[in-house]
Design a protein around this ligand. Structure first.
Ligand code: G1P
Length: 302
């Protein structure tokens, strides 16, 4: 049974500056929840009740977010703010939260290795904070079930434009048991467009056997001089193919500024308390934009 999740959260968030100068990127809010809360809720829904953050200096706010806060709870109770009180106390019940430090930024593979003692000899999930998967889907549950059925490492694959290969780990695949499942026989981290073995990119959800830690210990620095998780997965895949599952759920790269905005709009649009009013406003806004660009092009051609 898979019950542990490892969340590497030590990064500096440079793609999201200036927002991330003083605030960890994982605490930036998407609607009214910090991004990290979507990930921990996803873990909790999938039955992963033990979450370990791999952190660095300046990230203690992440653990605070999931801790009890007696002063705030007492103030909310005294004011009769029961709904807000439930929101705050519920956070501490999502999972048991632990943290380990990654003392130096030596790469994603190195960050995962920092969790080895905590994870021990159990299979575990890895969730990367830049990737938000639509909360109304059970994609991680499916990955875990596939791992439990096959015993193999399971990774999430997304079809991307060829030019985007340089941003991702890219998989070499053979057909798998279902239309949207593949056997992954090899991987390459961020290849140039002409060296990409496919258009299937690895996104930030992995369910892995604990043997990955032994492999990571022997994995030399790769692309960018960093110890890459992709290189360790490649070694695993050469022993026995991994299973790749095509992501069928909406997924947002919130490390990208446009991705962050579209995630915010889309998550708000799905909320019963905000969605209808937001969609009304968006329709008006788009009609106004269309009218303005129509007037500009008529003005331009006069
Ligand atoms: C990491 C991995 C890469 C993967 C990507 C998914 O890269 O190294 O293989 O495709 O996450 O988001 P990063 O985006 O951290 O540079």
């Amino acid at each position: 049974m898979v019950r542990k999740a490892l969340l590497p959260v030590a990064g500096l968030g440079t793609r999201s500056l200036p927002a991330t100068k003083a605030v960890p990127k994982e605490l930036l809010p998407l609607v009214d929840k910090p991004a990290i809360q979507y990930l921990v809720e996803e873990c909790s829904r999938a039955g992963l009740d033990d979450v370990v953050f791999v952190t660095s200096a300046g990230k203690s706010g992440l653990e605070d977010h999931f801790d009890r806060l007696p002063g705030l709870e007492a103030a909310l109770a005294a004011k009769g703010k029961e709904d807000e009180l439930a929101l705050v106390t519920g956070l501490a019940e999502l999972a048991s939260i632990h943290s380990v430090r990654q003392p130096e930024p030596l790469g994603l593979g190195h960050a995962v290795l920092m969790g080895a003692d905590h994870v021990g000899d159990e299979s575990f999930a890895v969730l990367l904070g830049d990737d938000i998967v639509d909360p109304n889907t059970a994609f991680l549950e499916r990955m875990i079930a596939t791992h439990e059925r096959t015993g193999r490492g399971v990774i999430a694959l997304l079809e991307v434009e060829p030019e985007a290969a340089k941003l991702y780990g890219i998989a070499s695949v053979q057909p798998g048991d279902a239309d949207d499942e593949f056997l992954v026989t090899d991987l390459v981290e961020k290849p140039p467009v002409d060296e990409a073995p496919s258009n299937l990119a690895v996104i930030g959800r992995y369910v892995l056997p604990s043997t990955i830690f032994e492999v990571l210990r022997d994995t030399p620095p790769g692309r960018g001089g960093e110890i890459q998780l992709t290189d360790a997965l490649r070694t695993l895949a050469q022993d026995e193919p991994l299973v790749g599952i095509r992501v069928d759920a909406p997924r947002y790269d919130i490390g990208d500024k446009l991705g962050f905005v579209t995630a915010t709009v889309s998550l708000a649009a799905e909320r019963p308390d905000l969605g209808p009013a937001l969609l009304d406003w968006l329709r008006d806004f788009l009609a106004g934009q269309d009218a303005a660009s129509g007037a500009a092009s008529r003005g331009g051609s006069a």
